[in-house]
Design a protein around this ligand. Structure first.
Ligand SMILES: Cc1cc2nc3c(=O)[nH]c(=O)nc-3n(C[C@H](O)[C@H](O)[C@H](O)COP(=O)(O)OP(=O)(O)OC[C@H]3O[C@@H](n4cnc5c(N)ncnc54)[C@H](O)[C@@H]3O)c2cc1C
Length: 334
């Protein structure tokens, strides 16, 4: 089913005014095949939308937007230690976290309440509170947007790193991820290294999920009430010599050693220190959230250009003050 002049305003959490030239819901592999055949016949570019929580949509999105609603769940194998489950990529991420943990398949608890679909999780290797999804992905399946061919990507082929994967680089815009195959441990080993989780003592999986949810609800605006796309900038990675120079000038700057020898800086701290926390542009109302400077909000549902204008001002200011260019996390859509 191909829809025309389809309103995307409510299908992305930043709520930018946006209309797709053509759109198609994808509820089965047959839907996907038909939609791709239509796009090829009409020579239209193809884009994929999950639940729109990590995109900034253009006012006019040309070509065909595929709206992922693929469902399905299948346990493929299990032994004493782990279970291997294939999960349809259109399934809601938070639902999957709660469901898997309730079955006794553990590991995803710290990633509770991250908005979006299962299929988008590997695209930016979602992470929160000391856990990244890559640790639990065995492989994924994807359909080529150009040839319709089905391909498996083993975890190593996904080139996961901090908020990153091959689907943002060499394979960007080429594949529709149709299912993600997780391997989850059957023994619960909670990761409690992050501040507000440290106070938990031998939590049950359910208590851990509840704690993660309550920390998130306290800190982050809910997109339905206040449109946003979560963290707008990734934490910048700098060389250790750059980090040492910064620390000399700003002894309180939080920084973390990364496995590759570089240092990760807290982008929220930089924005906060520069005085942007809670700031709003008087004309567009676009600004930063008063409890978390890393989140840009769009309460008046303004077009993407207004959001990018504010983001650009923040990037320029941080670069001038700290010599670090912040990188945008949400992806441009159209
Ligand atoms: C309030 C809030 C809090 C957030 N907190 C976190 C957090 O703690 N950690 C974190 O990592 N992220 C966080 N995010 C970002 C976001 O939730 C994740 O990136 C999520 O995985 C996006 O899922 P989605 O279905 O909404 O993807 P979309 O926004 O619809 O799409 C994102 C990108 O992935 C592509 N894509 C989507 N589905 C597929 C598919 N099936 N195949 C191929 N490409 C696809 C799209 O084309 C687009 O480029 C947060 C966002 C919000 C609004």
């Amino acid at each position: 089913m191909i829809l025309h002049d389809f309103n995307l305003g409510r299908l992305q959490t930043m709520a930018c005014a946006s209309v797709a030239q053509h759109a198609a819901p994808v509820r089965s592999l047959a839907d996907l095949e038909q939609a791709l055949a239509w796009a090829s016949e009409h020579d239209q570019p193809v884009r994929i939308l999950g639940q729109g929580s990590n995109v900034l949509a253009a006012e006019q999105v040309d070509g065909l937007t595929l709206i992922n609603e693929l469902s399905g769940l299948q346990a493929l194998a299990w032994d004493e230690d782990s279970v291997t489950v294939a999960v349809g990529s259109g399934i809601n991420w938070h639902w999957w976290v709660r469901f898997s943990s309730a079955q006794g398949w553990y590991g995803l608890e710290n990633l509770a309440l991250i908005p979006g679909t299962v299929g988008a999780a590997p695209v930016q290797n979602i992470g929160a509170y000391g856990v990244e999804v890559e640790s639990f992905i065995e492989h994924l399946e994807a359909v080529s947007l150009h040839s319709g061919e089905m391909r498996q990507f083993a975890r190593a082929e996904c080139a996961f790193s901090y908020r990153d994967s091959v689907f943002k680089h060499a394979e960007a815009g080429r594949w529709f991820i149709t299912q993600v195959v997780f391997r989850l441990p059957r023994r619960f080993r909670p990761v409690l290294t992050y501040g507000p989780l440290q106070r938990l003592v031998q939590p049950t999986p359910r208590q851990l999920i509840e704690q993660v949810c309550s920390v998130r609800l306290e800190k982050l605006p809910q997109p339905r009430a206040v449109p946003n796309a979560g963290s707008f900038f990734t934490n910048p990675m700098v060389t250790s010599s750059h980090a040492a120079a910064l620390q000399e000038r700003h002894p309180d700057l939080p920084m973390f050693r990364s496995a590759d020898g570089r240092t990760k800086l807290a982008a929220g701290w930089l924005i906060d220190q520069a005085g942007w926390k809670g700031w709003r542009d008087p004309d567009s109302g676009v600004g930063t959230w008063h409890q978390q400077a890393l989140v840009i909000i769009n309460p008046q549902r303004r077009p993407r250009s207004d959001v990018l204008a504010v983001a650009g001002r923040i990037q320029d200011d941080i670069e001038q003050r700290f010599g670090v260019r912040l990188e945008r996390e949400p992806r441009l859509f159209g």
